[in-house]
Design a protein around this ligand. Structure first.
Ligand SMILES: C[S@@+](CC[C@H](N)C(=O)[O-])C[C@H]1O[C@@H](n2cnc3c(N)ncnc32)[C@H](O)[C@@H]1O
Length: 392
């Protein structure tokens, strides 16, 4: 079934990481999306052309926004070819345009995503050759039209990828550091914590500064796509510059110096990277970066939120990581009473040695690594008994 994409409102799918679907759905509702439906690692919603631009420009927890143009049930590769050939590609791609295909296959009937991508490409190229007498060329890195082919069992969905490069590429990162978090994951972690700029924010192990920078973007209402040079939809044939400019005017950052955001790290190089990234984002004056050993820091305000992504210790002896995580727990308990602390780690054994009671545990993925994102309420004084000490 070819989808009527010229209708006022059409279906879109925002892709995200496992565990961030609900925060993404909330973001979409806040932006005015209709019929928002949580899926696995994605959220389906409806909206118009403005919503397509708005979602790409504003969302923090979406990786890409797809616009389905065809759904079909297929029995074999020939049917896939026929279905893709039915789409009026000349309305979507200019005569001398370039294309690329991303194929995702989860099927017991079809198992080769490269072959599926190849078949889909043949269908488009053949239709072009018949219509114009020329073949559009493939440009994997920088195509005019990025096409997403998704096959679940026999259900085929062909979508236009309106984002182009993944939206985690915000455009401010100039330094990677050791093991940087994806910007989308970092923003998702902050939104999951409920922090919105209402109290001081601390990342005591900030590496290249992803969490403090994303926190600053949230606090100052800087759209997720504010620094990006381009989006896939800007090269679509129906792109409307006036409409996109309207969105940019509507979602202007609101810089306000009241929010205190801190990024600290024991590594001098890490703080240099953080500062460079923040500077690139024009956020230097809103984040205080300093070289500090977490174990020697003390709180500088009565309340606050701490979000840390400590080393997971893949290359370090597990016993040493237990001691390291125990020291983190002790430092938080002794020096940050009254705060909320969140820790993301794939080292679930070591996390137990933090020795505090986690009242929330959320499963997230940092790349391929399954992680636990745990919340600890650091009660002050009389609530000390709330702490649980695991036997180390
Ligand atoms: C996994 S990296 C954090 C990556 C960061 N979230 C990012 O996006 O770039 C862990 C960081 O912990 C820092 N670290 C290790 N021990 C520390 C300590 N005792 N105090 C402060 N930072 C420490 C390391 O220097 C490293 O930058």
């Amino acid at each position: 079934m070819q989808i009527n994409t010229s209708a006022d409102k059409f279906e879109m799918v925002a892709k995200t990481y496992f565990g961030l679907e609900k925060v993404l759905a909330r973001e979409l509702i806040n932006l005015g999306a209709a019929d928002v439906e949580v899926l696995n690692r994605a959220v389906r919603f409806k909206g118009d052309q403005l919503m397509l631009y708005r979602s790409n420009y504003c969302l923090r927890t979406a990786l890409r926004i797809l616009k389905p143009v065809l759904k079909a049930r297929i029995l074999n590769e020939k049917e896939l070819y026929d279905a893709v050939r039915e789409i009026k590609w000349s309305k979507l791609l200019k005569k001398d345009g370039t294309l690329a295909i991303d194929a995702m296959v989860k099927s017991k009937y079809f198992n080769n995503s490269l072959f599926i991508a190849q078949k889909a490409k043949d269908a488009i190229v053949d239709q072009y050759r018949d219509t114009y007498g020329i073949r559009p060329s493939v440009n994997k890195d920088n195509p005019d039209l990025l096409i997403n082919v998704h096959l679940t069992e026999r259900d085929l969905t062909v979508s236009l990828d309106s984002s182009g490069e993944s939206l985690h590429k915000r455009g401010y990162r100039v330094e990677n550091g050791d093991a940087p978090l994806s910007e989308v994951l970092a923003a998702g972690m902050i939104l999951l914590s409920g922090w919105s700029g209402n109290k001081p924010f601390y990342d005591l192990m900030c590496g290249s500064g992803t969490l403090p920078i994303e926190a600053a973007l949230i606090a100052h209402k800087v759209p997720g796509g504010y620094y990006r040079k381009n989006f896939g939809f800007e090269r679509w044939l129906d792109f409307r510059t006036d409409m996109f400019n309207k969105i940019k005017q509507e979602y202007k950052p609101q810089f306000n110096p009241i929010y205190v955001i801190h990024g600290m790290d024991i590594s001098h190089e890490a703080i240099i990277s953080s500062r460079r990234n923040a500077q690139q984002a024009g956020l230097s004056e809103y984040i205080r970066f300093s070289v500090c050993d977490l174990f020697k820091t003390i709180k500088s305000s009565e309340e606050g939120i701490i979000i840390i992504n400590p080393p997971y210790g893949e290359r370090i002896k597990q016993e040493d990581m237990y001691t390291f995580y125990k020291k983190i727990g002790d430092a938080l308990k002794n020096n940050y009473q009254g705060y909320d602390a969140w820790i993301l780690s794939s080292n679930k054994e070591a996390l137990k040695y933090v020795g505090l009671h986690a009242d929330k545990n959320i499963t997230l993925y940092n790349g391929q690594l399954e992680c636990r994102y745990s919340h600890f309420k650091l009660y002050a004084g009389s609530h000390k008994t709330k702490y649980l000490r695991n036997k180390a």
